[in-house]
Design a protein around this ligand. Sequence first.
Ligand SMILES: Nc1nc2c(c(=O)[nH]1)N[C@H]1C(S)=C(S)[C@@H](COP(=O)(O)OP(=O)(O)OC[C@H]3O[C@@H](n4cnc5c(=O)[nH]c(N)nc54)[C@H](O)[C@@H]3O)O[C@H]1N2
Ligand SMILES: Nc1nc2c(c(=O)[nH]1)N[C@H]1C(S)=C(S)[C@@H](COP(=O)(O)OP(=O)(O)OC[C@H]3O[C@@H](n4cnc5c(=O)[nH]c(N)nc54)[C@H](O)[C@@H]3O)O[C@H]1N2
Ligand code: SF4
Ligand SMILES: [Mo]
Length: 713
Amino acid sequence: MTQHISTCTLCEATCGILVTVDEGRVTRIVGDPDDPFSRGHICPKAAALADLQHDPDRLTHPVRRTATGWERVSWDEALDEAAGRIHALQREHGVDAMAVYLGNPNVHNLGSMLFMPDFIRALRTKRRYSATSVDQLPHMLANQEMFGHAGLFPIPDLDRCDFLLMFGANPVVSNGSIMTAPGVRKRLKQIAGRGELVVVDPRRTETAEIASAHHFIRPGTDALALAAMVHVIFAERTPNLTHLAEDARNLNRLRDFVQPFAPERVAGVTGIPAESLRALALKLADTERAAVYGRMGTCTQDFGGTSSMLLYALNAITGHLDSVGGMMFTEPALDSVHTPTGKPGRAYRRYGRWHSRVRGLPEFAGELPVATLAEDILTPGDDAIRGMVVWAGNPVLSCPNGKQLDEALAGLDFLVSVDLYITETNRHADLILPVVPPLSRSHYDAAFNSLAVRNVAKYVPAALPTTGEERHDWQVCVDLEERLARARGVGAIARAKLMARRKVGPEGILAGSLRLGPHGLRSGLRGVSLSKLKAEPHGVDLGPLKPCLRSRMPSDWDGVDLCPELYDAAREGLQAALDGPADGLLLIGRRQLRTNNSWLHNAPRLMKGADRCTLLMHPQDAAARAIEDGSRVRVSSRVGFVEVPVALSDDMMRGVVSLPHGFGHGRDGVGWTHAAEHAGASINDLTDDQRVDVVSGNAALNGTPVEVAAAGA
Ligand SMILES: Nc1nc2c(c(=O)[nH]1)N[C@H]1C(S)=C(S)[C@@H](COP(=O)(O)OP(=O)(O)OC[C@H]3O[C@@H](n4cnc5c(=O)[nH]c(N)nc54)[C@H](O)[C@@H]3O)O[C@H]1N2
Ligand SMILES: Nc1nc2c(c(=O)[nH]1)N[C@H]1C(S)=C(S)[C@@H](COP(=O)(O)OP(=O)(O)OC[C@H]3O[C@@H](n4cnc5c(=O)[nH]c(N)nc54)[C@H](O)[C@@H]3O)O[C@H]1N2
Ligand code: SF4
Ligand SMILES: [Mo]
């Protein structure tokens, strides 16, 4: 029996775990009390890492789809065919005939983080999509437009904050997002204990439950509420920008932007009384250590872009951007923002350099909004998308109008998927290339150490070997690149470079990057290195966040832009939104403690108990439609309908209903046997691909207009 020190990669919290292995099987997973960051905390999902490891449904060798079902093929065959068909398709129809979709788990995977960018470049296509545009894109756009770099995320300084105002996030269940903070529930309770935690959400969530106060807000109206709070600061306080020194600009533009949105004007449509908005704004201004934070609920909605911009601006003008206890910036040991010399690079804006094919939505950070993917496949024309690579993603369940995307994928000339399972998405694939499960990978958290509430670093080796033929994601990147290079007749130098990268591997790149990072050689010989991390396997704490924005913004960036011009595109829509929505129900999503987007429903221990794919509805909304608690209802939107059981709850705001996302495993040919027994319905068969934020192109998953009626009525 052996015990391995490891890290859970299932969510952003990066908890330290201890994995007991007996004769090749995981027998126990517990929290690691010696991890200086997570201190023993874990959630019920950690144990599911064992289910993943030993799941008989998990693919352990490449497969090819045939008329009679999946057949086992060798890696050589599969890779040759994949590269050959990508090459042939691009030669015949142009490089952009191939598209790629990258899913969320890539960000939790060191090898993918380090090798995927090169693979994407090697694909040569501009048709790149990812889960970013159904998630945090609005934050990234605001980072770029306000601070000069899409990767400069402000993080709430949780442990020193005395007043946290939280919009559209539910960390008690999600375990925190763009706020890596293992044991976040305890950290939030401490804020409520020493000060105040206020939650603004259309549902009285599990986080609202432990908060000092909760306000219902009508979905999609956060930008109006935030504009009103900024309005209050201008009207009743002097914007406090001293902490940013001369590094802030466009204050007058901001004043002008929020001018139409006095609290009295937005109270009706947001559902938050004017005096509450005023009191919250003034409390922010008058509390020394305070922050306003927003997440999924503020991003994936009609005004996601503007909400993110105003959130940052409100922090800035109340003295809480880049200051202790407010919204701060990490200085991660592996730093993707700074150049290896330690100097901030030049600002380069990546927005609108090309556009989606049918709707003409702008590229951001090299990607197109995924809400446009299906139409860019389905609309006939010479420039249509004909082939795809889907890597660690399940867009049929995770992107708006999933049914339409399902149809689109079924009609592709070629689809190759890199995944652990046969999913709702890759059941349409020609080839599936299987990769190793989390506990068989070494790990350094390249993404979430950069979003953590303290500066931390930790490296763990793989806990278990693989027993099948699975390869590492990074290996598959290089495998495919090599074959593409060969098919295209690319020169010897490029191929030698690839061989060198394969040889160096993730560890080699990590070692070099850590030495060159802010805590490496620059902090002297005792700074962070891979060997130091290997000697401290529970991880190292590099201290609390420090004000550092000036040194992290690009050198040619003119200081924080409090109101970038790009957001003018939203002005008209915001004005129109003041007149309020038509009557009717708005649908929002929710997460649950025992789920992880669409892909942990096959873990038996997480799926025990009652059906969790239920529609939450306020009792009065139900009574008005003669709907009874526990009955089946039909929920319909512009794009489709689903049938689910209803659970009545006065935790819902009137006029708002909620359905979890990630379900809908009842489709034919899905390889998740256990998940299929608890299939549920997909909320994304209701969300609308035509609803996007006008500034960022991010999908407006929340606030979908729906009708609800008794099923069969
Ligand atoms: N309506 C609605 N829709 C949503 C959301 C919502 O709140 N509401 N949330 C959105 C958000 S925040 C996100 S991030 C997206 C997620 O959207 P996606 O990333 O498209 O979907 P996931 O469900 O995370 O599926 C991940 C897939 O990767 C596979 N996988 C897991 N680990 C690995 C690995 O290491 N390597 C490889 N190659 N494959 C792996 C899994 O088997 C699974 O098939 O969904 C979005 N969709
Ligand atoms: N257990 C579990 N944990 C997870 C995941 C999971 O699937 N399961 N997924 C992971 C991923 S990929 C992510 S991105 C994070 C997300 O982490 P969070 O953002 O913390 O999680 P959500 O539950 O999506 O919270 C969004 C909240 O916004 C509210 N909301 C909806 N519409 C609006 C609106 O218009 N305005 C406001 N103010 N609120 C609104 C919803 O009611 C919900 O409570 O969670 C991660 N952690
Ligand atoms: S909170 Fe997240 S990282 Fe921690 S054990 Fe749960 S799933 Fe894993
Ligand atoms: Mo996400």
